[in-house]
Design a protein around this ligand. Structure first.
Ligand SMILES: *[C@@H]1O[C@H](CO)[C@@H](O)[C@H](O)[C@H]1NC(C)=O
Ligand SMILES: *[C@@H]1O[C@H](CO)[C@@H](O)[C@H](O)[C@H]1NC(C)=O
Ligand SMILES: *[C@@H]1O[C@H](CO)[C@@H](O)[C@H](O)[C@H]1NC(C)=O
Length: 452
């Protein structure tokens, strides 16, 4: 069958890619190649980069840790650089932060993982950063990356992901960071950042994930954080933040993960936390709260983990908690909780970690044998002298609770003390560590899937 004439018009289009495939037609531009060689030789002595691959982007000769894509003019450009972990180029001892990366006109993504380990270096954003299209900058686990985050970080207008976790950065978070309006993921965790959380950060309404945990931040949590309407994960754990949780948090409708542990927060006021209907993880251990537990937490149907240990909570465990049908973890240890354990807790079919240890709970433990067996060592009721078991043979050593006396009115004097407390403590810690590992990894995995 003869080719219809209009199909001939397609022929040039079909041939077009072949012309690009001719040698060097799509090679990198000279100045970009020079910048790249200069960065590579300052960063890594794995090989002689120039002789190894004179045209690093051309297919077949490309080196590890680099990605190239064709630009509008058909030429190839460096779009991604990764340093620090094999198979990517490893960093030499004299490597310092290469601010030349901002001169690569098509670089979208730069990663430095466990790279700067001996020579002290600081972040630097030259004026040329203003025209950098960088969307992702990640510097993680670089012990010799010191100094402050320069206000000029605001030059990087295209940034969507900024990770500066596990370095030795100190000083205050620059207010100007709030002008990075494309940012969706900001992780400054595990540094020594101090001062207050800039209230201006509330302007970052596109942010999905904010992690400022494990720093030395002080002051109140700015109410403006409640304006970050897209936030799904907020972690401010392990700082020195004080005051109460701002009322405005009730507006964070998308929030699935909220962690505020290890601060000096002293208020769990009526902030409308029950409005956080997406919340799955609420982790607020170790704060000097000294209030009753907020019953409205029982109105968060998606909650899977509720951790409020070591925070001076008093009064009874709210009956509303028994409505949290998706709860897998309830950790209320080391508070001043009193009264009986609500019957319905034992009916939560997904529960597999329940810690009510070191409180002043009283009465008969209301759990079925099935429940006790299912939780095993993930059930900790120890350190509540007023609790007793209704004659369930064999389990009391695991639970750290004695058997109720023959008469139904058990006094604490005829309740057995936990057996071999020291050994139990050690195994509990192991359980808790492995549990935590699982929880965090599980959440991260889920979270990464969301980002993709
Ligand atoms: C409880 O978890 C299940 C399975 O993970 C999920 O399908 C369901 O939507 C959750 N319930 C609520 C109220 O979120
Ligand atoms: C404890 O056992 C007694 C007698 O077996 C029973 O009458 C009582 O209802 C039980 N209490 C609980 C809370 O299970
Ligand atoms: C329960 O919580 C207490 C205090 O917060 C802790 O010391 C203990 O290790 C926990 N037990 C388990 C089994 O995780």
């Amino acid at each position: 069958m003869p080719l219809p004439p209009h199909n001939l018009l397609l022929l040039p289009l079909i041939l077009l890619p072949l012309t690009f495939a001719s040698p060097n037609a799509n090679a990198m531009e000279g100045s970009e190649t020079e910048t790249l060689f200069s960065i590579m030789s300052s960063m890594s002595s794995d090989r002689d980069w120039r002789s190894y691959a004179p045209d690093p982007c051309s297919p077949g000769s490309s080196w590890p840790g680099i990605e190239c894509k064709p630009g509008p003019n058909g030429r190839l450009h460096v779009t991604k650089l990764i340093f620090g972990t094999p198979p990517n180029p490893t960093c030499k001892a004299s490597a310092t932060f290469p601010s030349q990366i901002f001169d690569l006109p098509f670089l979208q993504s730069a990663h430095f993982f466990s790279c700067f380990k001996s020579k002290k270096t600081t972040l630097f954003f030259p004026r040329s950063s203003l025209s950098s299209p960088l969307q992702q900058l990640s510097l993680r686990a670089n012990p010799s990356l010191i100094g402050a985050i320069p206000p000029q970080i605001a030059f990087l207008k295209s940034l969507q992901v900024l990770t500066l976790s596990q370095n030795h950065l100190h000083g205050e978070i620059p207010e100007s960071i709030s002008s990075l309006s494309s940012l969706i993921h900001l992780d400054l965790s595990y540094n020594s950042l101090n001062g207050r959380i800039p209230p201006q950060m509330g302007k970052m309404t596109g942010l999905i994930d904010l992690d400022l945990s494990y720093n030395s931040l002080t002051g109140l949590i700015p109410p403006s954080i409640g304006e970050m309407g897209s936030l799904q994960k907020l972690d401010l754990s392990s700082n020195s933040l004080w005051g109460s949780i701002p009322q405005s948090f009730g507006k964070l409708k998308m929030l699935t993960f909220l962690a505020l542990s290890d601060n000096r927060l002293n208020g769990f006021p009526h902030i409308g936390l029950e409005k956080l209907q997406s919340l799955q993880y609420l982790i607020i251990d170790s704060n000097p709260m000294f209030t009753p537990l907020p019953p409205e937490l029982g109105e968060l149907p998606r909650l899977q983990e509720l951790r409020l240990a070591n925070s001076g909570y008093s009064g009874a465990i709210p009956r509303s908690f028994t409505r949290l049908r998706n709860l897998t973890t309830l950790s209320l240890g080391n508070n001043h909780l009193s009264g009986e354990i609500p019957q319905g807790l034992g009916g939560l079919s997904k529960m597999y970690h329940l810690n009510l240890s070191r409180n002043m709970l009283t009465g008969v433990v209301p759990f079925s044998d099935e429940f006790l067996r299912r939780l095993g060592r993930n059930l900790d009721l120890s350190g509540n002298p007023g609790l007793c078991l209704n004659g369930t043979g064999g389990l009391e050593g695991i639970l750290g609770v004695g058997v109720c006396g023959k008469s139904s009115s058990s006094s604490s004097s005829d309740v057995e003390q936990p057996l071999d407390g020291s050994r139990k403590g050690a195994s509990s810690l192991g359980d808790r560590m492995s549990y935590w590992g699982f929880g965090i990894v599980g959440f991260s995995a889920m979270y990464c899937l969301c980002l993709l």
